[in-house]
Design a binder for this molecule. Structure first.
Ligand code: G3P
Ligand code: CA
Length: 358
């Protein structure tokens, strides 16, 4: 028994020192921050993944308004196109998981979004599924929520004293030829992208006077979010390197994130190959949390590539990734990330719902 305990203790000590060594030797502290500052991107960046989508139905008005009210750096959205050419915020390929398409359009619920007109999508309820799946977080006001257009998301982003950035993904990009130009043209028409805008570093008000490696007690008063006034007010993202190439051609000064996962890593021939693809298109990387090992992030940093990980919703995951040296996270719980990474003083959740009218 005693021997077993000694072996166990040795394993724990060795693993802990291994992780610490990896962190300090392979991912030098401060490297990510330097790269982020150069690009005008907040550090550690907090992306409201489909809004605050653990507390409200994903990609809906209340999910994004919560993120705005709490103080996320970016509103993240997946952009697709309807059969009649409207850009909408919707993640899945099909409507079956989080709408009532099976009742409204029986037999078409497994069709892809591009097979539906905008008017048809507007017949769907995108909120009730959330109440049924999460009775503890259900709210009467979530019934009959509608899919948002990209225009409406921009309206939301512009509706508050907080001015977060937009972090937009071309979802299933190969199904939507030309969607990069349509997104960029719309953002230009709304003043979010300027021709020839430089990526010079400016103060975006994200740097905080606390040690991000220490947990706080939520004692820092929230500062107004000013990302939309900076050079990285828009970040474009895609799992398709061809889409990233097009983004670079059309809007070279708009930061881009090449999204990757373990499957893609294997397919493309390894982590270094992903870094090489990102560098080829002057992009940064957006890997899954399972790819967050510090030596990988360290290698990206040595190549001048920033790393934003998805999707971290639990405090222990956020702490671990901070320790591993992430440069930013996509999260369904903006509130937890702000508290942990910024030590931001948060209001009771009901207060945020009251402020946004839900
Ligand atoms: O865009 C970052 C993250 O959202 C990628 O995964 O499937 O949630 O879009 P997904
Ligand atoms: Ca996404």
């Amino acid at each position: 028994m005693r021997r077993m305990l000694i072996v166990l203790a040795a394993i724990i000590v060795l693993s802990a020192s291994g992780i610490a060594a990896a962190y300090f030797l392979l991912n030098r502290k401060g490297e990510g921050r330097r790269i982020a500052e150069k690009k005008g991107i907040p550090y550690l960046a907090i992306m409201a993944h489909r809004g605050v989508s653990d507390l409200a139905p994903e990609a809906t008005d209340p999910a994004y308004r919560l993120a705005l009210e709490m103080g996320a750096d970016y509103l993240e959205a997946d952009i697709q196109r309807t059969a009649d050419g409207v850009l909408v915020c919707f993640h899945d390929d099909t409507l079956d998981r989080n709408t009532d398409a099976a009742q409204v359009f029986p037999g078409r619920e497994m069709d892809s979004i591009d097979k539906f007109t905008y008017a048809e999508l507007m017949m769907l309820d995108i909120g009730t599924w959330f109440n049924e799946k999460n009775p503890d977080r259900a709210r009467e006001t979530f019934h009959e929520l509608k899919i948002l257009t990209l225009e409406e998301l921009i309206d939301i982003a512009e509706s508050h004293d907080n001015r977060p950035g937009l972090y937009l993904e071309t979802k299933s990009a190969l199904r939507y030829p030309g969607i990069e130009k349509e997104i960029i043209d719309l953002l230009k028409s709304r003043g979010w992208i300027e021709d020839g805008a430089s990526m010079e570093s400016i103060e975006v008000g994200n740097d905080i006077d606390v040690d991000p490696l220490e947990d706080g007690d939520g004692e820092v008063e929230p500062a107004p979010v000013r990302i939309a006034d900076g050079p990285a007010r828009v970040i474009l993202q895609s799992f398709e390197d061809e889409s990233i190439r097009i983004m670079k051609d059309l809007a070279p000064n708009v930061p881009r994130i090449y999204l990757v996962d373990e499957e893609l890593e294997e397919k493309k021939g390894g982590w270094n190959e992903l870094i090489a693809i990102a560098k080829k298109y002057d992009a940064d990387l957006g890997p899954s949390g399972y790819q967050a090992w510090p030596w990988r992030t360290g290698e990206a940093h040595r190549n001048g590539v920033l790393v934003h990980h998805y999707t971290l919703n639990k405090p222990w995951q956020m702490r671990l990734l901070r320790f591993f040296g992430t440069d930013g996270i996509f999260t369904n719980r903006t509130d937890l990330a702000l508290k942990l990474y910024r030590r931001q003083k948060m209001q009771p959740l009901e207060e945020y719902f009251k402020r946004i009218g839900y």
